[in-house]
Design a protein around this ligand. Structure first.
Ligand SMILES: Nc1ncnc2c1ncn2[C@@H]1O[C@H](COP(=O)(O)OP(=O)(O)OP(=O)(O)O)[C@@H](O)[C@H]1O
Ligand SMILES: [Mg+2]
Length: 246
């Protein structure tokens, strides 16, 4: 479980996170919503230790992560997989080398075991025979799935997905959604997803959180979120579903 308390972060002199409080519960899919630039990616990066919080507390499985030294932080970071906004594959590495990247760094598997695992994880995201291809020859949807395979390959306890379905057509979005639910069941993972895609959030989340003015404006189950009495939440849902329809 991840317990975030009173988390503050300013960047380039501007406050971004202004006292975030949230628990990420074991085994759930938690979706983070919020307007562009509110700090969703910054929030994820603070938790996985890519950015250093200004103050506040992040307890990961009971261990305080804020203020840890690099070596201790590395042990905690091994619990996380991250699919970055845009996928971010290494362009000069093949698909297999991309998927093996974290595995090689974090485990002592032999090359044979790694090759076998690469194929297994690729088939989990429904990709076959693409091991030797370079990312540039893949479609966006395929790249996202390679990125997903790379992050599950290290067998993390927590996976963070930053906008995994942005820019995908509805059918590929649906494939990715089904994959999430499938992986969640098979791998017993806790997932945090950032998205602008409200239908996807409704489809796959256990809970939804909305960030506004650097704080969590609301966090609740999908059903409660849809029926929220909070005026900002209602407006946010309204505007974002209306944009979709036009
Ligand atoms: N490395 C950085 N240095 C300076 N400012 C940054 C940095 N990263 C993010 N910011 C600023 O912090 C704010 C929040 O950025 P963030 O990327 O978290 O937004 P977001 O909610 O993920 O937006 P989007 O939905 O567009 O991805 C923005 O104003 C951004 O310009
Ligand atoms: Mg972002």
């Amino acid at each position: 479980m991840i317990e975030v308390r009173n988390l503050y972060k300013s960047l380039a002199g501007q406050p971004v996170l202004n006292g975030i409080d949230i628990d990420i519960k074991e085994g759930e899919i938690l979706t983070i919503l919020g307007g562009s630039g509110v700090g969703k990616s910054v929030f994820l990066k603070n938790i996985i230790g890519l950015l250093k919080p200004d103050r506040g507390s992040i307890r990961i499985d009971g261990v305080e992560a804020v203020g840890l030294k690099a070596k201790e932080l590395a042990a905690i970071q091994a619990k996380f997989g991250m699919v970055f906004q845009g996928g971010a594959l290494f362009d000069s590495l093949t698909v297999a080398e991309n998927v093996a990247f974290g595995m090689k760094r974090l485990s002592s598997h032999s090359p044979e075991v790694i090759n076998k695992k690469v194929t297994d994880y690729l088939s989990m995201v429904r990709l076959e025979g693409v091991e030797d291809k370079l990312p540039e020859s893949l479609s966006i949807g395929m790249k996202r799935r390679v990125s997903l395979a790379r992050s599950i390959a290290t067998e993390p306890k927590y996976i963070f997905y930053d906008e995994p379905t942005t820019g995908l057509d509805p059918i590929t979005t649906d494939v990715i959604c089904k994959l999430f639910l499938d992986l969640q069941k098979k791998l017993d993972i806790t997932s945090v997803m950032v998205t602008h895609d409200i239908p996807t959030a409704y489809k796959i989340s256990d809970r939804i959180a909305l960030i506004h003015e650097g704080r969590i404006a609301e966090v609740d189950t999908v059903k409660e979120f849809k029926n929220s009495a909070n005026e900002y939440v209602r407006n946010f849902i309204d505007i974002n579903t209306r944009v979709l329809k036009t």
